[in-house]
Write a protein that binds this ligand. Sequence first.
Ligand code: AHR
Length: 492
Amino acid sequence: MSTIIVNAGRSAGTINRNIYGHFAEHLGRCIYGGIYVGEDSDIPNENGMRRDVVDALRKLHIPVLRWPGGCFADTYHWQDGIGPKAGRKTIVNTNWGGVTEDNSFGTHEFMALCRQLGCDAYISGNVGSGTVQELSDWIEYCNMGGISPMANLRRANGQEEPWFVRFWGIGNEAWGCGGNMRPEFYADLCRQYATYMRDYHPDHRIFRIASGASNDDYRWTKIVAEQAGHTIDALSMHYYTVPTGIWNKKGAATVFDREEYYKTIKSTLFMDELVENHGRVMRRAKPDKKLGLVVDEWGTWLDVEEGTNPGFLYQQNAMRDAIVAAVNLNIFNNHCDTVVMANIAQTVNVLQAMVLTEGDRMLCTPTYHVFEMYKGHQDAQQLECYAQATLVGEGENTVPNLHASASRNENGEILLTVANIDMDKPCPIDVILAEASASSVTARVLCGDPHDHNTFDAPETVKPAAFDVQLKDGRLTATLPACSVAAITIKP
Ligand code: AHR
């Protein structure tokens, strides 16, 4: 029996709902085909957005969506994607497969998508190949309410009211596809761009997010925070879980052995150290200002499915991915004093996706179900949570068998989310609540073999089921199945 203690008397703060954010890039079939099919498509749609996909995503209560990239952002010129569609420029997506795109999905379509999903927009500006003027104009186009050249242009394109987009990224991966810059050079550029990123309304101040580090590049974080920290609100950080750790042979989504399973979990647990260290570096580098950490790309990056375009990053998604999602979300919850936003890569058909599509068919992945089961953490108060774990694993890849986080919402309900990482053994748990009481409990569990996944012919192989939790004398007991994620809601 493993004990889990939820201490309602101690909290790291409020879990920013934006930790449950998403990312949709012009990459492969994420936007085109996956989300946007155009108004003339035979696939049922609203404003060109697939109804099936939007309906599924709405159930996740997505708080914020990052767009248009990724690497694509630093090649994107937003004025190519506005105005009558017939007149829009056809461009080549030089980062992802060299395919041409007709720019039929631009700023207005993205804002329509956010409205349909009920989420905030997070736009990544082009610093790598754009200009200060271009990004400044984009913000004016989106956020200026009065008379101005860009506000007038927006109105001429059919949008009377400003959208007041709050979240703006100052480039993406400036150390790589965003310009191969040194941190000192980027810090200067960031200051320059940030200067002309104007607030157009005192009640709608924008939130400036600098392009941050890759993995454990703490030097990048230190220099950008020290030299440009006064001009921004947050720094980003990207970290992907690559099962083998080898970029040209990352490992398949549904075929892997025990060693690779535990290696994947071990490498995903590294996120905890990264968040902790980047947070510490930011605080030391800029002690006079609280900068947030935005993990705006995370998730599994696996080999593409056989027969698919290598530039499209299309991968299946199994129970192993569900464990990865659960662990990362627990880490972000528990570091809610540092992480102000996170955006899993990517929403549809790319990397660790929520939904996959094939023609007019769609399925929800195991990762989708984890996001759905965890959505109650959004804007809730994080509670200290300790799970008494034992080590499991294979060879040098040993990891704790349990990983958990907890929060309390405004109604006083506690949500405890816990993953049993052990791929073979169930784990009996005994949950002790400190400084809280329980009158009733409901729970759901997602479980299966780590390789289990949903297909278009069997889309419900992995889905949540009711989970039996006993409540006696204020203590909860249950048995977590092997390789499972449970969400336990406790009423006061
Ligand atoms: O998410 C795929 C790519 O990964 C993004 O475009 C880029 O920012 C990162 O390298």
